[in-house]
Design a protein around this ligand. Sequence first.
Ligand code: S3P
Length: 437
Amino acid sequence: MTNAQSEAVVRPARTVRGSVQLPGDKSICHRYAMLAGIADGPSRLENYSTGADCASTLGCMRAMGVSWDRKADGQNVIEVQGRGLALAAPKTSLDCGNSGSTMRMLSGIVAGQSFTGEMIGDESLSRRPMERVIKPLTAMGAKIESQQGKPPLRITGGSLKGIDYKMPVASAQVKSCLLLAALFADGETRVEESIRTRDHGEVALRAFGVQLQRKHMGGGSEVRIRGGQRLRGIDARVPGDLSSAAFFLCAAALFPDSQLTVPNLLMNPTRARLLDILMQMGLRISVTQLEEIHGEMVGSLQVEGGQLKGAIIAGADSAALIDEIPVLAAIAPFTEHGIEVRDARELRIKESDRISAVATNLRKMGAQVDEREDGLKIPGGQSLNGAELESFGDHRIAMAFAVAALKAEGETAIQGAEAAAISYPEFFDKLEDLSTR
Ligand code: S3P
C-alpha cells in the first residue's frame, strides 16, 4: 500500500439492517478488462469494481496500448476499445500494485506478445509465489526471468505452443492465465484441475465469443481451448461481488434480528459455497430474481439472522471459500460450536499470511485460538473485547475484523484500514450505514 496509514474505529452495534448493492465482482472485472483489451471492437462494462486491484489491471492494459474511459455517470461504467490480440510494447513497467490476480492472469497475455514486458508489484505482491505461472508459461515457450520465482517478472513473449497441463495447486488465477496464453498458442491447450476452482475465466472467454470445451472430472475439471481464436467485445453489467458481500452477510449472521437485502449479487455456483455454509450455520437466506448474464448467475438475496451454530471447512470447501475464510474465522468465537478450518495452507501466501493475521487479531480481542500450519480451530461461545488491531496491509483482514468488532465489548481500532480500498473502498461507510446502535 502506498497510501498513508489510516485507522478505522468500529463501535459495537445492536443489529444490522438495510440494503447493500455491491460493486462488480473483482474476479470477473479483472477478466473482463483483460479480454475487452484483446477483443476486436469496443466493450462496455457496467458496475466495474471500484477497488484498486481492478484499477491496476486497467492501468496495465493502458500501458500496453489499450484505450479506455471511465464514464462519469455514477454507474461505474468503463468503455474499453479493444485492440485485438496484438498489444503495444509498454514503455514502462506494468504495475500490478497489490494485485496477484493482475500479475498471474495478465502474464498469460504478455507471454503471447512479441515484446518483452516487465511486471512489478508492491511489497506484499513482491513476496508472493509466481512459479505457479512461470513453469507452465515457460513450457509453452515464453521466456521469464524472476527473483527466485517472485516478482518482478520479465516476460519475453513469442511463439507459444499449446500444452497439456495438470495444475499442481488449486488456483483459478493459474487456470485463467493458461487459458489466456492458450489464445496465442499454436494448437490446443488442455488444463486439468483436481479440485474445481472458480470458473469465471471459462465463462468470460465464452462471453467474448471464444469456443472451449469443459468437462467435470470427479471433484475437478478439464478445459480444452484452441489457439488463434478472435474475441468480440461485449456489453455487460458485472454482478455484485460475493466475496465483498461476505462481510455484510457475516455481520448479519452476528445478530438474530438482523435483516439485509443484497440485490444483483453474483451467484456463480463455484463461488456460492459461502451461502450454503452460512445457511447450515443458521442464517436464513432466500434468493429471488435469479437470472443469467453472459453465463454468470445473478440474484437478489434476502437475509435474516438466527442462532449461529458452527462449521468445519476442509478439503474442496477450503478452496471454494478461500477469500471468505478470514471473515468466517473472525466471527467464529460468536458461534455456538466454533469453526475449524483445515487444508487452507494457501491462506499463508495471500496478500498477508491470513492464518497468522486472523489468529493474532482474535487473540488481541481476547479469544482462544488454535493456529495450525494449514488452518485454525476457534472454539465457539466466546466473547470478544474491543482492541487495537492491524490490517497487516490486507484488505480482507481489515474488513473481517470490522465485522467482528460489531459484536465486541467496547471500541475496536483497526490500523491500516485503508487496505479495504484494494477491493472495496466504500466498505467502512456502508458498514456504518447498516449498523444500528
Ligand atoms: C482469484 C482466485 C483466488 C482468490 C483471488 C481471486 C481469481 O486465488 O484468492 O482473490 O479471481 O481467480 P488463487 O487462484 O490463487 O486461489
